[in-house]
Design a protein around this ligand. Structure first.
Ligand SMILES: CC(C)(COP(=O)(O)OP(=O)(O)OC[C@H]1O[C@@H](n2cnc3c(N)ncnc32)[C@H](O)[C@@H]1OP(=O)(O)O)[C@@H](O)C(=O)NCCC(=O)NCCS
Length: 183
């Protein structure tokens, strides 16, 4: 299926034109750069700047992103607003059949609060449901109330609380959220 065809029917904002396009490896440097901008704007107050830099290096280096696409079955969907990269979502399989994980969902600060995060999320949900998944899960920092609200608005519920040691003295203090649907 051509993602451009899919997204044509989903435009949610006016007067901006937005579309969702699957990223190829050529798009990964721009995603990595955008992630740095968004993380440094959104996460101060939730985690320290040191942890932001540490996690960006672990999650957004080009080698990591390439490996996700090449070897882990992870997809990156780019949100383009008036042709410019404004956000992205990534998602992929888990060890449990039928369960897909939303790994990343990020919008530039000026693009938040317009329903665009929901649009990306709905696109992801449509893709994984078409692929036969029965459940979508994600982890979100417990202090990230804006994201938790957006996820709840889209039918996800908190199912677990987890603290994960990620090394260097840092932890991720997260909720696991999930959405189930019947096949
Ligand atoms: C979390 C995030 C992806 C949510 O995206 P979002 O677009 O801001 O959230 P939604 O899609 O739920 O948008 C809803 C908001 O847009 C408004 N809106 C405007 N037009 C809308 C439309 N057509 N449809 C739905 N909502 C619309 C709603 O009123 C609501 O505003 P409010 O938050 O002031 O109540 C985004 O805020 C983000 O990138 N945050 C920083 C990074 C982050 O924390 N990512 C998640 C990591 S786990």
């Amino acid at each position: 299926m051509n993602p451009l065809e899919t997204s044509k029917n989903l435009n949610a904002t006016r007067p901006n034109q937005n579309e969702i396009v699957r990223a190829t490896e050529a798009g990964l440097p721009a995603i990595s750069e955008l992630a740095g901008v968004i993380w440094r704007a959104c996460y101060p107050g939730i985690i320290t700047m040191e942890q932001i830099d540490y996690m960006l290096a672990r999650m957004y280096s080009l080698d990591i992103l390439r490996d996700e696409i090449r070897s882990q079955g992870i997809r990156y969907d780019q949100l383009l607003v008036d042709g410019k990269l404004a956000g992205f979502a990534s998602y992929g399989p888990t060890s449990e059949p039928g369960v897909m994980k939303l790994h990343k969902l990020y919008l530039l600060p000026e693009m938040q609060g317009r329903g665009l995060g929901s649009r990306l999320l709905q696109q992801v949900e449509g893709e994984v449901r078409t692929g036969g998944a029965r459940r979508l899960i994600l982890s979100v920092n417990k202090r990230n109330t804006k994201a938790i609200t957006a996820y709840k608005r889209n039918g996800l519920v908190i199912v677990e609380s987890v603290v994960t040691d990620i090394g260097n003295g840092f932890v991720m203090d997260d909720y696991i959220m999930a959405k189930d649907w019947s096949a």
